[in-house]
Design a protein around this ligand. Structure first.
Ligand code: DX5
Ligand code: ZN
Length: 216
């Protein structure tokens, strides 16, 4: 079973972005999660292209970009140019899902689609065959440091079942409220990639915390 940790740079020290990115680069985490918020899709604003630059420069790891923005199709190409390996947009954020998927593919990145806690997995039935990754939000998007919503485990199981039934191999990633305490449960429900912000950057030893999550 594949197990990937994707530390969320939202919880990094932005005054020491290079140092924190290099720490992740040395760690057992294979991905780096980048949360982009526009103040419209979510009630918070994080950062955009200029902040991705120093992150991309400081690591060769997979850049896992999570767009919490409306009309993502307008910007996906620029995120790929800024170094994104995966670009994930929200099902709820666009009227043009097909166009957004195509724009990401044409720009040369892998495609992810994300659903908020209130959106059922079945909303994605006809989309699953077109994406490389499904990101299950296990908190309301917008802020780090929230508690994991337990109902997310059933949604992960539903998606894993749909994946089996449709004979697909997209990655299931889960984001929000994850730590070494619940990592095993989330992996066992069928997820391969776990995002962790406060658990990693708030730990006394972030590199050890990443290993704890992988071995949970
Ligand atoms: C929330 C973001 C998350 C956030 C997770 O909207 O998408 O990636 O950084 O933070 P933690 O791990 O602290 O819940
Ligand atoms: Zn995220």
């Amino acid at each position: 079973m594949t197990r990937i940790i994707s530390p969320s740079m939202l919880s990094a020290d932005f005054g020491n972005l290079e140092r924190d990115t290099k720490m992740i680069d040395r760690s057992a985490a294979e991905w780096v999660h980048i949360d982009v918020m526009d103040g419209v899709f979510v009630p918070n604003i994080s950062f955009g292209f200029p902040v991705m630059k120093p992150i991309r420069k400081a690591t060769n790891k997979v850049l896992d970009v999570h767009l919490m923005i409306v009309e993502p199709e307008k910007y996906v190409r620029r995120f790929v140019e800024a170094g994104a390996d995966y670009v994930t947009f929200h099902y709820e954020a666009t009227d043009d899902i097909e166009g957004c998927i195509n724009a990401i593919r044409e720009a040369g990145a892998k495609v992810g689609i994300s659903i908020k806690p209130a959106t059922n997995a079945t909303a994605l039935t006809d989309i699953l065959s077109k994406v490389d990754l499904v990101l299950v939000m296990s908190v309301e998007p917008g802020f780090g440091g929230q508690s994991f919503i337990d109902g997310s485990l059933d949604k992960i199981r539903d998606l894993a079942k749909m994946r089996r039934e449709q004979g697909l191999d997209f990655i299931i990633e889960v984001d929000g409220g994850i730590s070494a305490k619940n990592a095993a449960e989330v992996f066992n429900a069928g997820a391969e990639a776990l995002v962790a912000g406060s658990a990693v950057f708030g730990a006394a030893d972030p590199e050890a915390e990443i290993i704890n999550m992988l071995k949970a």
